[in-house]
Design a protein around this ligand. Structure first.
Ligand code: AGP
Length: 626
């Protein structure tokens, strides 16, 4: 939920930490801070709000602070304590200074102990309390690394910490136990820490994904990893970094979100290339990942667990798998499922869909299921993420780094992984012939071309998406309605719009409107009707008529040549026909065309509202709290 950066070595720590925090700001941005270590002191600077405010604070003293060669930084998404400067990290307790990501569950008990000893924490956070614990251990004679290790034994919860002490200038100690933390050796001497690999891409070619229960000690000479329980040295292999620093820039777009929407055709191709053997013409949708194939071969039922946008892609996946493979699929919100007493059939495969691979609720369900003896599969975009280590097998989407907090291209990457699962299971169950699968596959690999054309046509002033957004910017709210796979896309549309524009919006299965929500409809409401020409189109058009009769402004999203639909709508956003040359495209692939429409519409409305599109208020990209 929060972003951590740490560094020690020969470079300017200030520069590395500020740049690194900028890359991690998507993880939380309600306050930020930096601590820089000198031979005789540690300087801590922090501020409420975005990182920019910390940069302003340190601006007058930048020349001095830049001479430090070790330090830590943090960008916060508040859990314990309001997002104030006082609660911002780093926290100082005596000569100990630390940053923390995660939650200390027994913080009340620790706080009481601290208060009983006559000392008073300066903040309302759970994090600062760990500083007291480290300080106590150092006062008993332990060095910094050993003190952190011993103190951590008294912590319950999922955390990562990075700690400095004025008694040991240049030493930076990191702990990973639940929340993510990567480390890397600096080729110029020294080492880095970060919550994910993105900030390190411009300095190193490989990183160490620390394991839960690892304690890493960085000095100007390098990096050593120890076991948090025993203190014994452990070896951790490095993994190559696949993301080049350029992929983290906006690349000429005004916003990361817009860039990422436009990267979806590439995501589709890259994810397919990563998941299946394209040369195996006779076996379309066969996965290259052996362990995942093994689990899928045995699965009698599938339970998808996910949150937010990933839940919506999983719903599309459910429709696809049931349709193509006739395998029973259940869809569960991770945050509900884990606290119920669900009944799972023997042979059930639990599939966690999570772009970050770090969502606490999704992970908890997978871990509980694994413990209960069920097979688990993760679908994630982040190598080295917790889900990739905890699940029995993992399928990686290849969306590359997604910086905008609102998920766009990772959603498309998930759709690709899910249609691949559907194709795989259809083959296993002999529900689709090889010819049918080959045909679906060859249509799928052509979708990116159509998507690219659509995205180009729908960018800029004259686009139908922009026109609809301008006309509807002042309505009181939006409904998105659809049937079949357009229902989950309607849910995703409403989530996207709420997230980045704060405009009230709801997604409904079109057939559900008359069971209540239609009472909300009047002339101040806009209804976006997702009615592509598929098996559900006519029914959806009937629902359109119902809301039109009650005065709502109608935005139709349908196929270019659907004149009848077009005439019923106040605003019209056409999607490409289900044709490539003379060949028709299976209606199952429609989500790949409707998704960019709803993403661009949300983007345009948010632009008109003037909100912070890449970093919407109150959100964070990776939700590592329950
Ligand atoms: C996406 O736009 C949202 N910010 C959010 O709903 C997200 O999809 C959800 O938190 C799940 O994240 P995950 O895919 O990383 O598990």
């Amino acid at each position: 939920m929060c972003g951590i950066v740490g560094y020690t070595g020969s470079r300017s720590a200030q520069e590395i930490i500020l740049k690194g925090l900028k890359r991690l700001e998507y993880r939380g941005y309600d306050s930020a801070g930096i601590a820089l270590s000198f031979s005789d002191r540690i300087e801590v600077r922090k501020a409420e709000g975005k990182l920019l405010n910390v940069e302003k604070v340190i601006e007058p003293e930048k020349a001095v602070l830049t001479t430090s060669h070790a330090g830590i930084g943090h960008t916060r998404w508040a859990t314990h304590g309001a997002p104030t400067t006082q609660n911002a990290h780093p926290h100082r307790v005596g000569h100990v200074v630390l940053v923390h990501n995660g939650i200390i569950e027994n913080y009340q008990e620790i706080r009481e102990r601290v208060l009983e000893s006559g000392r008073k924490p300066q903040s309302e956070t759970d994090s600062e309390l760990f500083g007291f614990m480290v300080l106590d251990e150092m006062e008993k004679g332990a060095g910094l690394a050993e003190a952190v290790r011993r103190a951590f034994a008294g912590v319950e919860g999922r955390c990562s910490m990075v700690v400095l002490s004025e008694k040991e200038p240049g030493v930076v100690v990191g702990v990973r136990d639940g929340s993510p933390l990567v480390a890397a050796r600096d080729p110029e001497g020294g080492a880095f820490f970060a919550s994910d690999a993105q900030p390190l891409a411009e300095y190193v070619k490989e990183v160490l994904y620390l394991e839960n229960g690892d304690l890493a000690v960085a000095t100007s000479k390098g990096l050593e990893v120890r076991d948090l329980k025993t203190g014994a040295r452990v070896e951790r292999a490095s993994s190559p970094l696949e993301w080049s620093p350029e992929r983290l820039e906006k690349g000429g777009y005004s916003h990361y979100m817009l860039k990422e929407i436009h990267e979806q055709p590439a995501t589709l191709i890259d994810t397919l290339n990563a998941l299946v053997d394209r040369k195996e013409a006779l076996a379309p949708f066969q996965l290259v990942q052996g362990k995942a194939s093994e689990l899928l071969e045995k699965a009698t039922e599938i339970v998808f667990v996910a949150c937010g946008t990933s839940f919506h892609s999983a719903m599309v996946g459910k429709y696809w798998i049931e349709n193509f493979a006739r395998v029973p699929v259940h869809l569960e919100l991770a945050s509900e499922f884990r606290y119920r007493k669900p009944v799972l059939a023997p042979g059930t495969l639990l599939v966690g869909v999570t772009q970050s691979g770090e969502t606490a609720d999704t992970l908890a369900v997978l871990m509980d299921a694994k413990q209960a003896g069920y097979a688990t599969l993760g679908i994630t975009n982040v190598r080295g993420s917790t889900v990739s280590r905890e699940a029995d097998a993992v399928l990686y989407t290849a969306a590359g780094p997604e910086v905008g907090v609102a998920a766009t291209k990772t959603f498309t990457g998930q759709l690709v992984a899910l249609i691949t699962l559907a194709g795989f299971l259809a083959s296993r169950n002999r529900e689709l012939t090889t010819e049918m699968r080959s045909s679906l596959f060859s249509q799928l690999i052509r979708v990116p071309h159509l998507m690219t054309d659509f995205l180009e046509e729908n960018s800029g002033l004259g686009s139908s998406v922009r026109k609809a957004a301008v006309a509807l910017q002042n309505v009181s709210g939006f409904f998105f309605i659809g049937r079949g796979t357009s229902y989950p896309i309607a849910l995703e549309a409403a989530l996207k719009l709420k997230e980045i524009s704060y405009i009230p919006a709801e997604g409904y299965a079109a057939g559900e409107l008359k069971h209540g929500p239609i009472a909300m409809i009047d002339e101040n409401m806009a209804v976006v009707v997702l009615a592509p020409r598929d098996s559900w189109r006519d029914k959806t058009v009937s629902n359109l008529e119902e809301v039109k009769a009650r005065g709502a402004k109608i935005v139709g999203v349908g196929h270019e040549t659907d004149q009848r639909l077009r005439q019923l709508c106040d605003h019209w956003i056409p999607i490409p026909e289900l044709k490539m040359g003379t060949e028709s495209i299976d209606e199952s692939l429609i989500p790949f065309f409707v998704t960019p429409v709803i993403q661009l519409l949300s983007f345009e409305l948010a632009l008109l509202k003037g909100t912070d599109i890449d970093q919407p208020r109150n959100l964070a990209k990776s939700v590592t709290v329950e």
